[in-house]
Ligand binder design. Structure first.
Ligand code: 56B
Length: 341
């Protein structure tokens, strides 16, 4: 377990030393208050993962877990340089963009009889086969197709060699601990090691590794192999949408200088100071929102520890960001081309 910094401790350290990004404690409290009534709704809970999203698997079996593993191995970098020139995938008479275009392409392949979620297939899948699976319904191809091919082959080989070809084997080895599953993923799948150095200290975000654990919990509906007694120990998943929505909701702020760079469409590199501050402050800001939400429920004498956690808050905020694209158009998202988010 050594050698992998805690994303929550990393987030606190980053927030305490951040120059261009700040967490607004009052703003975080106001967001918690605005979520108070929503948090007890059914769709805020783990069942929302399926009921709100038609492309997610309906089942809670080995194949559904393998679907989650494949999707979360490729769950990165869907943003396009020009908003109007996007990678899109048409599936069952609907057109999907961004993350959902990935899911649509995967489901389209499965319908065509391509066993894309089987490790024995994607371990040796060729780049040409992958291009076919992720073919676009516009002129714009899916970003980073070569990197996707590399991480897929790499992950497939590890699944075959160490886990009998299925991520469910890895899940069972975690003995119902989210942290143990997180570390099994980090130890065995290099492409999930989402880390940086900040103020000479190694820090982590583990966005894809944590969302893989969370989506496994969700697809198994928090039951059986999908029950984790420490699911609340995960943080939110530091992608490029959560920071955008936190700034929009005034729980987080950017300096004028950083806002100018973002508005100009600056492309940052993984590990740049600005990127690390944006991602670390987002994780810390959501930890505060969760804390405030728990306190509000406690004041009401309701114990919501099983109902409110960073995973469910993240899912809610991410879906909110998708549904409020128009309202958020003046808040730029940070642009990094990488395999981590
Ligand atoms: N923090 C966080 N980041 C998430 C997700 C998801 C998909 N999970 C959903 C699926 C089922 C569940 O119900 C979840 O709602 C994708 N992403 C990231 O967003 C970015 C894509 O954005 P856009 O270009 O707008 O599609 C990209 O970095 C991708 O890695 C999430 O949940 N949380």
């Amino acid at each position: 377990m050594e050698g992998f910094p805690s994303p929550l401790e990393s987030a606190k350290f980053i927030a305490d030393h951040s120059k261009d990004v700040s967490v607004d404690e009052e703003g975080a409290r106001r967001v918690a208050e605005s979520l108070f009534d929503k948090a007890s709704a059914v769709e805020f809970g783990v069942a929302g993962w399926k009921s709100l999203h038609e492309l997610n698997p309906r089942a809670a079996d080995k194949e559904a877990v393998d679907w989650v593993f494949l999707v979360d191995t490729l769950n990165f970098s869907f943003w396009s340089e020009q908003e109007e020139q996007k990678y899109l995938v048409k599936y069952k008479d609907k057109t999907y963009s961004g993350y959902w275009s990935l899911c649509a392409a995967v489901n389209r392949a499965l319908d065509e009889g391509i066993p894309i979620t089987s490790a024995s297939y994607f371990a040796t899948m060729t780049l040409e086969q992958l291009r076919h699976v992720f073919r676009s319904d516009t002129e714009v191809p899916i970003p980073l197709i070569e990197e996707r091919h590399r991480v897929l082959n790499e992950s497939g080989i590890v699944l075959l060699e160490k886990f009998g070809g299925s991520f469910l084997t890895c899940v069972k080895m975690s003995e119902k601990s989210a942290q143990k599953l997180l570390h099994l993923v980090l130890e065995n799948f290099p492409s999930y090691r989402d880390e940086a150095v900040f103020e000479k200290k190694k820090v982590s975000f583990y966005k894809r590794a944590q969302i893989l654990v969370a989506d496994t919990w969700s697809v198994l509906e928090g039951k059986g192999d999908g029950f984790f007694d420490d699911i609340s120990s995960l943080t939110i998943f530091a992608d490029y949408r959560i920071p955008q929505v936190l700034v929009h909701l005034k729980a987080m702020k950017y300096s004028e200088e950083l806002m100018k760079k973002l508005r100009e469409g600056t492309i940052f590199q993984s590990g740049d100071k600005e990127e690390v501050e944006i991602r670390g402050c987002s994780i810390w800001c959501c930890a505060l929102i969760c804390k405030h939400l728990q306190e509000l429920y406690q004041k009401k004498g309701q114990d919501m520890r099983e109902k409110i956690n960073a995973v469910l808050l993240d899912y809610y905020l991410w879906d909110y960001a998708r549904d409020h694209r128009e309202d958020m158009k003046d808040i730029p998202f940070h642009r990094v081309r990488c395999i981590y988010y």
